[in-house]
Design a binder for this molecule. Sequence first.
Ligand code: KIV
Ligand code: NA
Length: 265
Amino acid sequence: NRRVTVRDLALAKERGEKWPMLTAYDAMTASVFDESGIPVLLVGDSMGNCHLGYETTVPVTMDEIAMLTAAVVRGSSRALVVADLPFGSYQEGPVQALRSATRLVKEAGAGAVKLEGGERSSEQIGLLVRSGIPVMAHIGLTPQSVHAMGYRVQGRGEEAAQQVLRDAKAVQDAGAFAVVLEMVPAGVAAEVTRSLQVPTVGIGAGAECDAQVLVWTDMAGLTPGKLPRFVKRYAELRGALGGAASAFAEEVVSGAFPQGEHTFE
Ligand code: KIV
Ligand code: NA
């Protein structure tokens, strides 16, 4: 029972088979998704928003990513576990990127890392790949740059579309095994998908990508409030979990829980 490899994902593209990726931040949800056959689990720095209570992904640290990556690895046995390099852990250059990625692979057990940026990150990607660490790239909207770009669709208009294509080519040339396209017009994502040999993983990038990723708390309906247009909610966990908590609270207050069956004589 071996884990999914980057080679399996390359073969899937050759065969025209699409695949799903979900984020995971702890061992228990990782085991659920692993048992459900999700082939790739992303320990995303979206943990900043949905697990650690930060407003953005910017404050997430290496220690936080390493701890939760180790948990996801322990909770899964088949999925390829991809760990995000957090903001500030690779921007200084290839050597810093290698030090950070090495820690996530060696100490936390990640099978690959992901970092943001196309042309601007290609030297980092090159050194990691030459050092034996598979890299998933991430272009289009890159949330670690929120203070510079906001949360807006990227690649609208001819010039911006050409930049997305150049970024995609640059990360493929640098050796990335896949590339996330976030909030890119569907037509641009389709063109990138056709022109690359490596798989594209879309989030808000239309139906033509080779794979699709969602943040698990979004797709399971745990995240509160209005969600971006590209999210589909496949469950209503917030209501279900809140209902369980209120039912427990009510039964404790009323004395209905525990009963004899829950009690040691
Ligand atoms: O951190 C994350 O969850 C991500 C995905 C949305 C691609 O980077
Ligand atoms: Na991320």
